[in-house]
Design a protein around this ligand. Structure first.
Ligand code: UDP
Length: 339
């Protein structure tokens, strides 16, 4: 299969390319404005194109027409950006993504759209999130955190409507907190906002700075090893049952609170380095950490029966997920800049 990946230079894209090179079954072209995370990732079936899908329209359309499937990974996916720059979020996560949808419609190419588990919004019940049956519940407009989820939700609905009309073949992937090597970036001691929770906690462990527990740290998340996530991609793209369907990609067995995560990562860090961390734990409100308009939510585990029916099963546990991600940042050249 010929795959064109837009937004290939990020955390999910770079790991996906690594997986596709290892697999060696598909011809892959990736386009992005950055390629730092692709350093050293090379293979005979992968080519990188430097460019912006919204500006280098001819190239993006050419790649779309060449491909059997377009993979859309273009997104801002950090809650701090939703709060600080809501209009940039809607511009990139909705309007730029709409352009890719238009290219696919024009060329008759299948679209693999990465969305988000955030479309489910607030937890309203104790049931697992089901790809096809759960409600999607957002906070008020004044909580601009939800502009990201709203953008993704509308994009999903438009893609789905095209599927019903019969002019688009698609698959939608809803990631549940993927973690692994090359995730986000590190920050100096005491930083607020910025990257996601793993990066804050590992930065604190490396720098000795405080670990912030936002809104008490009782919120739950299920984390997914990036390799399980890449394998899910293959199951969805290669299997006829993956067509015109929406899939949760997550691991229901890794449910943990943020307080529990801080403890787990502290223990793993100690085992890996032989140094006992003594980071101060600071409880902080979401608005003080991210800014006005942030709203946190508790998340329930995903139901992944639809994906299991395609032969996929997440196999990496919490310890493996965080051990490998911490190990990646333990290399001195990767954390020297924050010390
Ligand atoms: N969080 C935290 N400390 C941090 C960073 C984040 O307690 O230093 C919390 C955040 O408020 C949320 C959870 O960790 O409850 C996960 O946040 P993240 O930004 O990783 O992703 P989300 O799942 O909200 O998109």
């Amino acid at each position: 299969m010929k795959l064109a990946i837009f937004g290939v230079g990020g955390f999910i894209g770079s790991n996906l390319v690594e997986h596709l090179i290892e697999q060696g079954e598909h011809e892959v072209v990736g386009m992005d404005v950055t390629k730092d995370k692709l350093a050293g990732i090379e293979g005979p079936n992968f080519r990188f194109v430097d460019g912006n899908v919204g500006e280098d329209v001819a190239t993006a359309k050419e790649l779309t027409a060449w491909a059997d499937a377009v993979v859309d990974l273009i997104a801002y996916a950090n809650p701090s950006i939703y709060v600080q720059s809501p209009l940039d979020v809607v511009q990139l996560n909705f309007f730029e993504n709409m352009k890719i949808l238009e290219y696919c419609l024009e060329a008759g190419t299948r679209l693999i759209q990465y969305s988000t588990s955030e479309v489910y919004g607030k937890r309203t019940r104790d049931e697992e999130y089901h790809d096809d049956h759960s409600d999607l519940v957002m906070g008020p407009v004044q909580k601009q955190r939800w502009i990201y989820a709203s953008s993704k939700q509308l994009l999903e609905r438009i893609i789905y409507a095209h599927g019903i009309r019969g002019d688009l073949e698609y698959s939608i992937i809803r990631p549940f907190n993927f973690v692994g090597p090359r995730f986000d970036y590190l920050v100096p001691a005491g930083s607020r906002g910025g990257p996601r929770v793993f990066s804050h906690f590992v930065s604190a462990l490396l720098s000795g700075g405080p670990i912030h527990l936002v809104d008490g740290g009782g919120q739950h998340r299920c984390f997914t090893h990036i390799k399980d996530a890449s394998e899910a991609f293959s199951a969805i793209v290669e299997n006829p049952g993956g067509r015109n369907e929406i899939f949760n990609v997550g691991n229901p067995n890794t449910n943990i609170t943020m307080r529990g995560l801080a403890e787990l990562m502290t223990n793993i860090y100690e085992e890996l380095t032989g140094k006992k961390p003594d980071n101060e734990i600071i409880e902080i409100s979401g608005e003080d950490f991210y800014g006005k308009g942030y709203e946190d939510m508790d998340r329930v585990p995903p139901n992944v029966d639809k994906l299991r029916a395609l032969g996929w099963e997440p196999t990496r546990d919490l310890d493996t997920i965080f051990r490998e991600a911490i190990e990646y940042y333990l290399a001195p050249e990767r954390h020297a800049a924050i010390l």
